[in-house]
Write a protein that binds this ligand. Structure first.
Ligand code: ADP
Length: 393
């Protein structure tokens, strides 16, 4: 069985083609600058990498080229080999708590929910429509970023604001990165051989969120109504006092969405360091004892620790803490600093074990009261697995 996993953005389309017999990636790649000058694609397969500039007017074009190339490059012999297409979908509001077969209703809901994810939901629809045109008879599955977090209780997902905002406008915590947190949860289940565990899953990339999980279900998560909330990120502030917004609007003569844009795009590591949103750059600057980079780094660590501490109490203790995504999988010093600050909870890690990147590894020592792991996330595989499961039914 072969399944394609798709992540469609407003001007990009990423894909991974899986052989689900062994869950191996047969080919993967990205179509970029769709509808913009200089569009191109990259396809990786069988140790090769092909890059080509090509005019791509829209997503339908990109999908057409993708399918042609899969055949031209002999990655598949015919389109009949594709058994299913799984789409990463961003916002399913409180209607979708699981992955679903994509129907007209699902597409309509993505449209209806677009004010909750104005950049992502319309792009997801473009991706779905392009595949519907190209592969009309192939089943498609939607995997929502928000779905895993639907098990949060009202106490955890509501903000202490007028109740009417929730009832009438849908103001509540939705949470994101759900597919990644679910992948980590399932990996821990496999590792421990049981479902009754308490986990804090730390997805720390350029965007980042932390989830508290009990018995396989999400109890709380750090992102909120939008991905702006929670921990400090590459360019996002994470939680701040919202009164800052009108104050800065006045100071800089901006409107509310311009200031929120600043909180999304020029805050976080970039904002504090005035240098970069990339943790590698920040760590390099820290070597030079750059004051702002040092501050950005320690604030970043601090916000992660704040959330872990909060969720430790919420879950009434924790069995496993996992690090994943770009920083979580690769940044040795950030993991070390976070874990050092958790020593008061009984966390102890082996510095040699921590000295690796991008690998599954158990960081905690036998003395540690909490098991700590690095588990590389794989949202594409999770999407392909869900797709396979739903199309087999
Ligand atoms: P996104 O949220 O865009 O998916 P990623 O999960 O790819 O982001 O994470 C990107 C982040 O991972 C960047 O801040 C990058 O610096 C960081 N990262 C990647 N490799 C390393 C490394 N070797 N050391 C430190 N940080 C790293």
């Amino acid at each position: 069985m072969k399944i394609i996993s798709i992540n469609a953005g407003s001007s990009s389309l990423k894909f991974s083609l899986f052989n689900m017999d062994n869950e191996e990636v047969i080919a993967s790649g990205v179509f970029e600058r769709i509808g913009i000058d200089g569009s191109k694609f990259t396809i990786k397969y069988d140790g090769e990498k092909i890059e080509q500039e090509i005019e791509l007017v829209n997503h339908t074009d990109a999908v057409k080229v993708l399918l042609e190339k899969l055949i031209d490059l002999r990655i598949i012999k015919s389109l009949d080999e594709i058994d299913g297409v799984g789409h990463r979908l961003v916002h399913g509001k409180d209607k979708y708590s699981q992955s679903v077969i994509i129907t007209d209703e699902v597409v309509q809901d993505l449209e209806n929910f677009k004010e909750f994810a104005p950049l992502h939901n319309p792009a997801n629809v473009l991706g779905i429509n392009a595949f519907r045109e190209a592969l009309p008879d192939v089943a498609m599955v939607g995997v929502f970023d928000t779905a895993f977090h639907q098990t949060m209780s009202k106490e955890n997902f509501l903000y202490p604001v007028p109740y009417k905002w929730y009832e009438e406008y849908g103001v509540r915590k939705y949470g994101f990165h759900g597919t990644s947190h679910r992948y980590i949860t399932k990996s821990v289940e496999k590792l421990l051989g049981r479902k009754d565990f308490k986990l804090i899953s730390c997805h720390i990339g350029n965007g980042g969120s932390i989830a508290a999980v009990k018995d396989m279900q999400c109890v709380d998560t750090s992102m909120g109504f939008t991905p702006l909330a929670g921990i400090m990120m590459g360019t996002r502030s994470g939680d701040i006092d919202s009164s800052i917004i009108p104050y800065v609007m006045e100071k800089e003569g901006k409107n509310a969405s311009e200031v929120v844009d600043d909180l999304n795009k020029v805050s976080g590591l970039l904002g504090l360091s005035e240098y970069s949103n990339d943790m590698r750059d920040i760590l390099e600057k820290c070597e030079e004892q750059d004051e702002k980079a040092l501050l950005a780094r320690s604030k970043y660590v601090r916000r992660i620790v704040d959330y872990i501490a909060q969720y430790y109490v919420l879950l009434n203790g924790v069995d496993v803490i996992c690090f994943t995504a770009g920083v979580g999988e690769n940044s040795i010093p950030i993991r070390r600093e976070v874990c050092e600050k958790l020593a008061c909870l009984g966390v102890e890690i082996d510095l040699d074990a921590n000295n690796q990147r991008g690998e599954f590894v158990k960081l905690s020592t036998d003395n540690s009261k909490i098991d700590v792991y690095v588990i590389p996330t794989d949202e594409e595989l999770m999407i392909a697995r869900d797709t396979l499961e739903l199309i087999k039914r």
